[in-house]
Design a protein around this ligand. Structure first.
Ligand code: NAP
Length: 491
């Protein structure tokens, strides 16, 4: 519940919400630009965002670490090609220490309200803990996959066993010898199911739709590779570039509809499945009906291997209801000790947990009643100096989102400097520019795979609200070429 103290608000030039990869990136860029007057508010007591929250067994990144790391902060210590959660979190902590970001962070501060003052051109930010802040600029780095979504199955509260969401893993529950139900079979599930299957007596996977799963071909780095990476930066840079090219030229082309690439990716997914799954009926159940790239393409070397184990079974009928001891599906009661909801996140509406009131007291929820939208994902009309990192239409299905975060952080720094130099207080993207841009996006999405899948977190109704439409170079170029006269200058 909101509880505001009468304390004088703490004032900062820039207030950043969230200390995940976004918050850290903009913090670093601000410091490097001498714009030191900022605070990072974090609702938890530790930094890290998604890599702090997702501690389920097997949690790791599905983008190789050489690419899923800041371009300016290379790490030669990655143990695996695709790093685990703990090492990624350590990378974030090390980066925060190196750039002296800890002294800018305030933990235990959940932003619940932000109000724009049209006279002073400042934002008043209130937290659930009762503190308030004033800032000329607000930068949101709250992620798109932050609030776990647990479906409201019939009678769900009746279940007497342990149950939890994949992103809020209950490490006090010992799964050894237990009967475990996993609901969902997407990015989180394919990572945790193989680990749970190693200890549980039985794992029942409840799949609503099948997914395309490419082999990861993961491996650990040899010590000599780590040393080479530390000593010869060009090797590392070249490897990063090769990974980037693969994403842009192969996966993105498939998502955009290139039939040859789709055929090849499909072949690789089928090979990945058929090397472990031999039963035709099971193969049919595990074969998706949607186009490659419509939902996130998954990577796993051991998901199908786990499904082939004697103690793992797959259910594809709808769950009808829960009971005290399990759940009912296809007219049968299945008994479990533990239920894991690997059922994804509440991605729409954006900023569901923050009341954002812009010019004229207009709420961002009203402004976005037809689905979230923003100009290049960073600015939306009526909310001056509200800079979004990983905002609407900036998620990627083919490469590292950190490339986008870096470009967005550079944009924010440029915007702040531009305002300082032009003695203007605020910038508000013109409505016609934002609308023109979003019409272009939705038209281009028409030719892509995204609308081919139902229940996708990429979509809000018929509108793609989360993903970017093209390659990362196009995005960087467009952000770099922003014309400040597309913004209303205020104050
Ligand atoms: P998700 O992709 O939203 O998948 C949720 C799963 O739960 C799907 O299998 C979905 O089935 C199922 N589900 C949802 N509601 C259901 C219901 N009412 N009844 C039955 N099944 C239901 O969530 P996620 O796996 O947590 O992944 C979310 C995103 O997080 C990924 O797309 C990815 O971007 C990111 N992620 C990244 C990594 C990484 O390595 N970097 C790891 C994990 C997650 P349907 O498919 O039928 O909807």
């Amino acid at each position: 519940m909101e509880h505001v103290t009468n304390a004088t608000p703490a004032k900062f030039k820039t207030l950043i919400i969230g200390s995940g990869f976004s918050g850290l990136c903009i913090g670093i860029k601000l410091k490097q630009s001498g714009l030191d007057d900022f605070v990072i508010l974090e609702k938890e007591n530790e930094l890290g965002g998604t890599w702090r929250d997702n501690t389920y067994p097997g949690a790791e990144c599905d983008i190789p670490s050489a690419l899923y790391s800041y371009s300016f902060e290379h790490n030669s210590e990655w143990e695996f090609k695709w790093s685990g959660q703990a090492q990624i979190l350590k990378y974030q902590q090390d980066v925060a220490t190196k750039y002296d970001l800890h002294r800018h962070m305030k933990f235990g501060q959940s932003v619940i309200k932000m109000v724009y003052n049209e006279s002073t051109h400042q934002w008043l930010i209130t937290t659930a803990e009762g503190e308030c802040y004033l800032a000329q600029h607000v930068v949101t780095g709250v992620g798109q996959l932050h609030y776990p979504s647990t479906p409201e199955f019939n009678n769900i509260k009746a279940f007497k066993g342990a149950s939890f969401h994949s992103a809020r893993w209950d490490h006090t529950v010992d799964l050894a010898g237990k009967r475990v139900a996993v609901i969902g079979n997407a990015a989180s599930a394919v990572q945790l199911i193989p680990e749970v299957a190693k200890v549980a007596s039985k794992v029942s996977v409840f799949q609503r739709s099948a997914n395309w799963v490419l082999p990861k071909i993961d491996r650990s780095y040899a010590r000599w590779e780590q040393r080479l990476s530390a000593r010869v930066p060009i090797v590392t840079k070249s490897y990063r570039w090769v990974l980037w090219v693969l994403g842009e030229c192969v996966l993105l082309s498939g998502i955009k509809g290139n039939r040859f690439i789709r055929w090849g990716v499909k072949k690789a997914c089928n090979w990945n499945m058929r090397r472990f799954i031999k039963d035709d009926e099971l193969i049919a159940k595990l074969t998706p009906s949607y186009a490659i790239g419509a939902k996130r393409i998954l990577f796993s070397d051991n998901y199908y291997r786990a499904l082939a184990r004697d103690n793992v079974e797959l259910h594809t009928s709808a769950i009808t209801e829960f009971s005290e001891s399990g759940l009912n599906c296809a007219g049968l009661e299945h008994k479990f000790d533990v239920v894991v909801f690997a059922t994804g996140f509440k991605t729409n509406p954006f900023f569901a947990h923050i009341d954002i009131l812009g010019v004229g007291g207009r709420s961002i929820r009203d402004a976005w009643h037809d689905g979230a939208q923003a100009y290049l994902g960073v600015a939306t009309h009526g909310f001056p100096n509200l800079h979004m990192l990983y905002g609407p239409n900036t998620n990627l299905g083919h490469t590292s989102a950190l490339i986008m975060l870096e470009a967005q952080s550079d944009y924010v720094v440029r915007a702040i400097k531009y305002l300082d130099e032009s003695s203007t207080l605020a910038l508000d993207i013109k409505l016609e520019k934002e609308l023109e841009y979003n019409t272009e996006l939705q038209t281009r999405f028409g030719n892509m795979a995204f609308s081919d899948a139902s229940n996708s977190w990429y979509m809000d109704g018929d509108k793609v609200t989360t993903n970017w439409v093209g390659g990362t170079r196009e995005y960087e170029r467009r952000l770099n070429q922003i014309d400040w006269f597309d913004y209303v200058h205020m104050g």
